[in-house]
Design a binder for this molecule. Sequence first.
Ligand code: OGA
Ligand code: NI
Length: 350
Amino acid sequence: MSFDSHTKPSFRNMDILISNWSSVRSLPESYIFPAERRPGTHNIPASKDIPIIDLARINGHGRYQVIQQIIEACQDFGLFQVINHGVSRELMDQTMALFKQFFASPAPFKARFYSNDLNASCRLYTSTLNYENEEVHYWRDNLTHRCRPLEDHINHWPDDPPHYRKVVAEYSIEVGKFLSTILELICDGLGLESQYFEGEISKNQLVSVNHHIPCPDPSLTIGMQAHCDPNLISMLQQGDVCGLQALKDGQWIGVEPLPNAFVVIPGLQLRVISNGKLASAVHRVVTDSKESRTTIGSFLVPSNNVLIRPADCLIGSSGMLYRGYTYQEFFDTFTSNNCEAETALECFKV
Ligand code: OGA
Ligand code: NI
């Protein structure tokens, strides 16, 4: 197997997509992490403590309680699960099936979408966008769709099977509505003026699909390194294979794949806007030796020029924890600091 890299899409560099590997008996050396960065105990049981919030209760008397649960979950765990979120099981399953089919498609079809361009309407890549320069690769392929405005991007998405675009578009609209609802509840819970999270601050939406084939040795490598999401807010449809873990009080805990649920993870921008009141969970993905794992992430991302700063009403007696910045400034700092949240945030602390 050749790992030569080329900047232009070609069949050679399609060799680097793990979804194109038919069988892998031993872990290629370029995936073996140095001992201190290995996952350690990777098969951690799912935690029963992560809050599961029932959104069916927001219409009526339950709304206040749901808001409290969300705010507490953000403070205690920096993530939570949501059931009765309003997106139909049928649409979830149909979308998941299409993405699994995509990763199982022949290499020449997938080659059309291979790209390292952050602004591409649809980009397929492996490990990270920094594949050529990184020392060790992550055991994952990723397909990211830009979704807003839909008409600018949809014609660049995969078109086989023919209903792919229609279904993924509907999915993106429905999960977009769900994320807006969660943001409204957070907005209420923080006491921010209504519509605080509308407009430029949540302008961009991405649907980002991670795919991991069975891994010969999950103890030596990782699907995604420990990280915080840099955006405003993220959600995940996990599928049915374990792999997502979150850091809680210095320990990794498993996030149970619940077939009907979405996992919600506040992004680092919510931590800053809330002046440190809400946490953004450190999370990672471990690999599985037997099963392929496909997850659908959806992210709301601010426009590059939007100014982000702690909300006035949350600057209490301890003052403003972070200075204002543009999202572009934050993202550049984040990526140039190896996507390490604490190091990046340090640059904006007052
Ligand atoms: C992410 C992420 C987790 C998963 O894409 O940022 O954390 O389970 N994904 O795929
Ligand atoms: Ni993440």
